[in-house]
Write a protein that binds this ligand. Structure first.
Ligand code: SF4
Ligand code: SF4
Length: 416
């Protein structure tokens, strides 16, 4: 059974016809992080770089960090990353010339061999843009029968993926088709919420060209975008740890677009759409920004903060991370900055209502994990490592105890 809740999407807030282009900042702050793993810095102050120059490396995977701009390295500093921590970053002054390492334009993007494709994803530093930031080449190392493209965007408030589909449905489909041919995948499914006509209509315009790509509407519940839910809903398959066990690859729709850029131009994604939203902001909207942009200046150019005590969240209110300031920098996997009023002071005792247990899609016991937070032996028996950080336990808790934060903390403790 697929567990989830119907929650107010609040997506109309940031949905508009326009997208504001802020993709030419004076400086970028490129985090030396990949999938929460620190990367080594490979450049020094004064080094001239082009778009695509390797500036860092994740050593254990030999995975590069690439420059999103051309210009000059002016500092190695720290920046606020989307996990809420200050991390090392390469500061590059943007010369705004957009000089690339090598100009490439591939006509037939399905012409690559599987080996070339995997190598290209690595070289172009393609990562999971829906949140994980995990190197995408890894998923394609083994064979798969099915590809599920995740265009569900089930997190409330967020509309960046929807906007991308609206603007780039044709290129996304071309990319899916090429991925299918290169990897000998039998069938591809585009999963989207059954009530999302924007996504449905954008794809319907071009999908008739492709026999082996189908639209797959899924229930309008949260967290329907979780891989496990998608694989069950679309293919009626279940797995232990990874979708690859049942021959399935799941990619976020924005990752598919990053793959398109890699296939077509053999370069990294240098910009992305970010939703700026929430009741604490006067002008919710989607913006196109360079990777490494400090969002603070952009937000202030567009509108004003509303209310006294505000909370800045990297991502949406369910799965995102509360930040200490609005100076967050854009990484590949930052889909939104949500600004809402901070009501976290309201904390009571647990009333043992079991709501958090009944709602958990991973079938965990969040209340027990919270109560045993200092007892690692007990925590190990409760398997917090299976938590998908969906935030539903915190959402339903009548005592507003922030249960998810305890489970996330417990995850770290059992892994040590
Ligand atoms: S314990 Fe984790 S998976 Fe379960 S509801 Fe809470 S955040 Fe979601
Ligand atoms: S939902 Fe909140 S109050 Fe209810 S059992 Fe869970 S932690 Fe306790």
């Amino acid at each position: 059974m697929i567990r989830g809740l119907k929650i107010d999407g609040k997506k109309e807030m940031s949905l508009s016809e326009e997208i504001i282009d802020f993709s030419s900042p004076d400086k970028v702050y490129v985090p030396l992080m990949n999938n929460n793993t620190p990367c080594d810095c490979l450049v020094k102050k004064g080094k001239k770089v082009k778009k695509g120059t390797v500036i860092g490396i994740r050593k254990n995977m030999d995975f590069p960090v690439l420059s999103p701009v051309s210009g000059i390295v002016v500092d190695i500093d720290k920046c606020l990353y989307l996990n809420g921590e200050e991390v090392p970053c390469v500061v590059i002054e943007n010369d705004k010339k957009e000089t690339v390492l090598k100009k490439v334009l591939v006509d037939d993007i399905a012409k690559y061999t599987k080996e070339e494709f995997v190598e290209l994803l690595k070289k172009c530093a393609v990562t999971g843009m829906g949140g994980s930031d995990f190197p995408t080449f890894f998923k394609y190392k083994s064979d798969a029968s099915f590809l599920i493209v995740n265009a569900v965007e089930c997190e409330p408030y967020l509309t960046a993926d929807m906007m991308l589909v609206k603007l780039k449905a044709e290129a996304i489909l071309e990319s899916i088709d090429a991925i299918r041919k290169i990897n000998n995948i039998k069938k591809c499914f585009i999963a989207f919420k059954e009530n999302n006509d924007i996504v449905r209509n954008a794809f319907l315009e071009y999908i008739g060209r492709y026999e082996d790509i189908v639209l797959s509407p899924v229930k309008n519940i949260y967290p329907m975008g979780w891989e496990r839910h998608l694989v069950k809903s679309v293919l009626n398959l279940e797995y232990e740890r990874y979708p690859s066990e049942v021959g399935v690859i799941v990619n976020n729709v924005s990752t598919i677009f990053a793959i398109y850029k890699a296939l077509k131009f053999q370069r990294n994604i240098t910009k992305r759409i970010v939703t700026i939203t929430g009741e604490g902001f006067t002008e919710p909207i989607n913006v196109l920004v360079k990777v490494g942009t400090d969002m603070s200046s952009i937000i202030k150019k567009i509108g004003k903060y509303k209310g006294e005590k505000l909370k800045f969240i990297a991502g949406g209110p369910m799965m995102g991370t509360a930040l200490s300031s609005d100076h967050i920098v854009v990484s590949n996997n930052l889909g939104a900055v949500t600004i809402i009023s901070d009501t976290e002071d309201y904390k009571n005792e647990c009333i043992s209502c079991s709501k958090c247990v009944n709602v958990c899609p991973a079938k965990l016991c969040p209340v027990l994990i919270m109560k045993n937070i200092d007892n690692v032996n007990e925590l190990k028996k409760l398997h917090p490592e299976l938590c998908v950080e969906c935030g539903l336990c915190s959402y339903v808790c009548p005592s507003k105890l922030g249960v998810r934060d305890f489970v996330v903390k417990a995850k770290g403790k059992v892994r040590q």
